[in-house]
Design a protein around this ligand. Sequence first.
Ligand code: GLY
Length: 560
Amino acid sequence: MKNVAISCSLLFLLFFGQANAQTYAENGMVVSDHVIASQVGVDILKKGGNAIDAAIATAFALEVTHPEAGNIGGGGFIVFLKANGEVTTFDFREKAPLAASPTMFLGENGKIKDNSNHKGLLAVGVPGTVAGLYQAHQKYGKLPWADLVKPSVELAENGFMMSWGLYNAAVNVTDQDPSEDIMINYFKGANGEIVKPGETWKQPALAKTLKEIQKHGRDGFYKGWVAQEIEDYMKAKGGIITKADLEKYEAVERKPLKGTFNGYDIYSMPPPSSGGVALIEMMNLMEEANISEIEFNSTAYVHLVAEAMRRAFADRAKHLGDPDFNPDMPVDRLLSKDFAKMRYENIDLTKASISDPSKFGHPYDGSSTTHFSVVDKEGNAISLTYTLENSYGVKMGSDKLGFIFNNEMGDFNPVPGETTTGGQIGTDPNMIAPEKRMLSSMTPVIVAKDGKPYLVIGSPGGRTIINTVFQTVLNVLAYDMRVDRAIEAMKIHHQWLPDRILYERNLLSPDTRDALIKMGHTLTPTTNIGVLMGITFDASKKLYTGAADSSSEDGGARGY
Ligand code: GLY
């Protein structure tokens, strides 16, 4: 065994914080939002599992250790680069329930009623995670399903050490709103107090649910007593998801989107994700602009990148939604190099354009999503992003089941026809309909060189995901940054509407900000954009290098 990871003891890291550095491995690696989940994945690789097996085990472990976004009550996407160079994807995005309708969140005044598209059980989409993981396993897994769920059953049953990061989140979320029932008890131990940092946090109800999934696979969630309890809970608390919704839910294997940038192949998720389309659109435009000739972080760089973002997000608003409901989306055109050329020519390099809602962008999608990246010794790679939408989703769930439901219905366009300067989008492609998947910004990416993984990356962050991943890919491919630096480097975000550039405070010079304002941009500081988890592969050294974003409280890379 060749473990060349730079590491301290796991216990030290969890208790005192994460050392942020690169981690190296020759055989396989997992980088996730929780080091215990990363280790679970690596243990599966060591037992002879492939990247798919490790990803499944990591995904279940994040449900236990990173419940803010790790989930069985939400949905997500997998991009899978096989060792033979072929690429596929799995779409396990949540769906609108059968009883959903385009105006279900509106009051008599035609406005969103009481934030109901994000709050309360009406906001829950039919979960897809267990179906997606199971389908991926059926097709490509090597180890038995039960072996992949087992570590998570044990983690939930025997507990794991509460970290400061999780404890701080537990205190915040428990205090927030007593009506959000599961969260009142969720983090509490037998003494009725929130489990303290350094103490063991056990989740017996979740362990029982996971055992059912371990034993029965997909059916352990979508049929039987778990499905019955989901229906009963929904009925009792004002939700509309039924056993029929659960039984009908199917994950879908989809063809990936492919783009190129200076000789690299970029693979990402097709709709219902908007991430792949926007990413490739923006990379094409950067290639057209010969971006590596423009100094990183300069005024010209921020202007061009922001203008590319503005255009990609306007296209997203106008055209994108669930492909099963929108068969005519112009995806090929948006991804073409000719389109990028035309787009580049209509950018004024001296002045900001204006985002016009009457021409054509939903304000702030939730940020609680999580991404992890996996590689194995055969050269298989997985880029997996999954989500509950907001942090801890709808903050509700049955005490008998022990997991939290998503509030993903908030990713649909909530008010038909109403697109506002604040960023609410009202276009048709992403309008609510029964069994439709809501548009997502999740952007799991694999960049390949000669059929081998070169960069595996992704991030949470609602709509900022697309731009976070875009700039990190650009940092590696155009600016030759090593993965940890590409992750930490200054990021901006522009989403067409509202018409402003969000930038990471303290990472953009005052002179550059002044110059951008003179060009007509509006700038708004924010503390942090993105929580990236990335792996690069150096083919000459046959070495994987992984890094977790320093903004992840408990995240980390593990390899062997
Ligand atoms: N819930 C965030 C996304 O799917 O974009």
